[in-house]
Write a protein that binds this ligand. Structure first.
Ligand code: AMP
Ligand code: MG
Length: 311
């Protein structure tokens, strides 16, 4: 049975002389509500839809004919300059984060049953230490921690070539904003409560940006009262046990935002704060195991109590 069903509910509205096009699509195992406004809204919506499909086919390791899929089978793949540059960027992000973001963890994710193959759903299991060691010794490309952020960025870059005023692209919790809101106020992005229910706070973001959250509640299973989630520590091979429930990163670059949200989750609050102090391209919000909220000093967080992480 084909697992990937693309839902495209297109809704076109006329707002003044400008146009608005909305749709909910399904790619990368994620429901993605898209909302685009501007004279080219309809064309842009179709173009973004095609782009997301193409990026999934090209870069999702679960697609057999994707570049990671073929590389993982040991095939010789003739990469274009841009494709090779993308893989180099991923490796550079891995280096920058001391390996806490590791785009080569597919064998490990499969060992834990966190996979979404065609015809094969998640099959959670507790791997043995030998299976974890074997998986860590078998690096296979998996862009799952960076692909949606990259896709949001590519979509924003595409919108930039069209007559578009603003857009809000929700790629499964990876939010990509484009342009300014009509009333000039910042975009407001809710920070999800890891335990469900209402948003814990609101992040205000100006202009075009990526807002990406990694959380232990996004994909997990429970065995004998223990929760095992999908963000894996490349050092131990186990789900990262860093004292964090979620990390939200705001960054002008989508792939960086996505890779960093995963990396900071693995690092834990202390190391992540130090990493932020040594960087100048992102802000972050952290929720810890005890429900405390921390935000770097440039993050415009409101609606909740939190501690500020200073430079
Ligand atoms: P994210 O939700 O962006 O944090 O990405 C998590 C997904 O990336 C997982 O479902 C795995 O496919 C993969 N992954 C898990 N742990 C890591 C890691 N430490 N570095 C890079 N990718 C990871
Ligand atoms: Mg990520």
């Amino acid at each position: 049975m084909k697992k990937l069903v693309t839902l495209l509910f297109v809704c076109l509205l006329l707002t003044g002389c400008s146009r608005q096009a909305q749709a909910t699509v399904y790619y990368m195992n994620t429901v993605m509500p898209l909302d685009i406004q501007g004279p080219d809204a309809e064309e842009a919506l179709q173009a973004v839809n095609c782009l997301l499909r193409e990026l999934e086919n090209t870069w999702s390791a679960t697609q057999g004919n994707s570049i990671p899929g073929r590389l993982n089978r040991g095939e010789d793949v003739a990469l274009s300059e841009a494709e090779a540059a993308l893989l180099d960027r991923l490796d550079a992000l891995s280096q920058r984060t001391g390996g806490t973001f590791d785009p080569h963890l597919r064998s490990l994710s499969l060992a834990w049953g966190f996979c979404h193959e065609e015809n094969q759903g998640e099959d959670f299991r507790l791997p043995t230490d030998a299976q974890i060691a074997a998986a860590l010794a078998d690096p296979q490309w998996d862009l799952g921690a960076a692909l949606k952020g990259y896709a949001g960025q590519e979509a924003a870059d595409l919108l930039d070539t069209m007559d578009i005023d603003r857009a809000l692209l929700n790629l499964g919790g990876n939010i990509q904003t484009y342009g300014e809101k009509k009333d000039g106020t910042p975009w407001n992005v809710g920070i999800q409560n890891p335990d469900g229910g209402d948003y814990l706070g609101v992040l205000a973001v100006e202009g075009t940006a990526s807002i990406v959250t990694s959380g232990d509640y996004q994909r997990y299973f429970e065995k004998d009262g223990v929760i095992y989630h999908h963000i894996l520590d490349p050092e131990t091979g186990y789900p990262a046990d860093s004292g964090l429930r979620s990390v939200t990163v705001v960054c002008r670059d989508g792939m960086t935002a996505d890779a960093l949200s995963t990396a900071l989750f693995v690092m834990g609050l202390g190391e992540a704060a130090e990493f932020w102090r040594g960087s100048d391209d992102f802000e972050a919000v952290f929720i810890t195991d005890d429900g405390s909220i921390y935000a770097t000093e440039g993050a415009a967080l409101s609606g909740c109590e939190f501690e500020v992480i200073a430079r």
